[in-house]
Write a protein that binds this ligand. Sequence first.
Ligand code: ADP
Ligand code: MG
Length: 552
Amino acid sequence: QQPQIILLKEGTDSSQGKPQLISNINACQAIVDAVRTTLGPRGMDKLIVDAGGKATISNDGATIMKLLDIVHPAAKTLVDIAKSQDAEVGDGTTSVVLLAGEFLKLCKPFIEEGVHPQIIVRAFRKATYLTVQKINEISVKIKKDDPKEKTSDQIREQRELLMKCASTALSSKLVSQQKDFFSKMVVDAVMILDELLPLNMIGMKKVTGGALEDSQLIAGVAFKKTFSYAGFEMQPKSYKNPKIALLNIELELKAEKENAEIRVDNVDEYQSIVDAEWSILYDKLEKIHKSGAKCVLSKLPIGDVATQYFADRDMFCAGRVSDDDLKRTMKACGGAIQSSVSSMTDDVLGTCENFNERQIGGERYNIFTGCPQASTCTIIMRGGAEQFIEETERSLHDAIMIVRRAIKNDAIVAGGGAIEMELSKYLRDYSRTIPGKEQLLIGAMAKALEVIPRQLCDNAGFDATNILNKLRQKHATGGRWFGVDITTEDIADNFETFVWEPAVVKINAITAASEATCLILSVDETVKNPKAGGEGGPGGPMGRGRGRGRPM
Ligand code: ADP
Ligand code: MG
């Protein structure tokens, strides 16, 4: 029996063992350094220019990580956890990357000394389990009663709580100056939604120009006026209690379309085709008119003949309405989207109290308000530069996610490093009760958690060592919610100063960071196939399979 030898294809890059682990950790460190300075209310923003030359300014960890175009295979894990944090809870994306980086950094000496990665992994899993339990134990729950029997006091209390959470999420963003304005808007928006709080029922529209404070929340649907024909634009359009037809029908003469091709032999034949088209169209238009609909919205184009027809009968129409806008209109106003005009009965028509077309900045907007099933709303964002509005949108998205999270699960903790310091103390105390390597490893995780308050201080230009010392001392003597006070360069009880965050943000961040750490620690070999880079090169998947080598 010949021994099996694995032969790797020429050019295959493989490294393994301890050096590989260390190099993976170093690569992650480089990524973390890229987002480090964005944490917290005094964090800086990043301007990232992609290959296409599009510039993005952002403070959001997930956005930055996505745009960084990371190629290192292990470091990609960090991008994944930032993305997953973004999808799960929406906020805390910088924190999660920072935590993972710090966990890895503090593991490095152990790896170098030859501690087996699995021992580290086991200790980290245990520590994570303990921290999550601790968060659940100490987070403050706002009593949750049957939502239907809420008194006005309780509703107000809940609103306050949500606003606090939203404003903490916003305080680290570009719009932090207007955080009160926006946190109110975000809470109002989420409160309009129905019980499931579907995110896509909040429309976000951007209109450049104006001030941030000109942004508005519309309790209903609003969308930019679609293309329409001359003459129609000028008419004032405003209806009370209109019936709304939602269509997926093309109201256009085919001959108007440039790509239509008809072969005919003589003029009569051509005329008959044209006649037939007109009568089909008029038939459709008449049916729509007879149904009593005042507003006609269609996903497909509405041509000039149809536009004129509707205009003559004091009806409003808009073609090429985007799919999600049409769906939101349906959700808000009732009715159903029709693909034919054969049964335009009242039950498929929607309605709302007010429809009007309004000028917002340089754009005209169609606005439907007073909707009977008002479970959708639209935020119209205003502001100077395009990039600025885009960052505002991302920031509001964070805040909206946080508010949704807080409604579903209203346990909160204090931010500004307070919860991290408390967990750090708890783990350190715990580690002292156990012997062996585990003690050192859990102690390392305790130390790693301090990265959040430290970075908050660093980014604000405070003396981190000094503040951390004060914090440690406070937490040792029972000051559970003491954290960094950004305004006074000192420490403060962040529960009392209302720096509140939903507990799930922290639970998710710590679990995800620890998972990523364990994942990176359990990789001790990377095999890079020479083909793997150029996707779908000659040979395709076959060639890739061969690269793994064959028994001889
Ligand atoms: P992330 O992407 O992780 O949410 P942020 O840049 O939003 O990163 O920063 C969040 C951190 O800033 C959290 O640890 C939060 O507790 C802290 N923070 C937010 N507002 C304040 C404040 N007013 N004072 C102190 N810390 C704050
Ligand atoms: Mg944040």
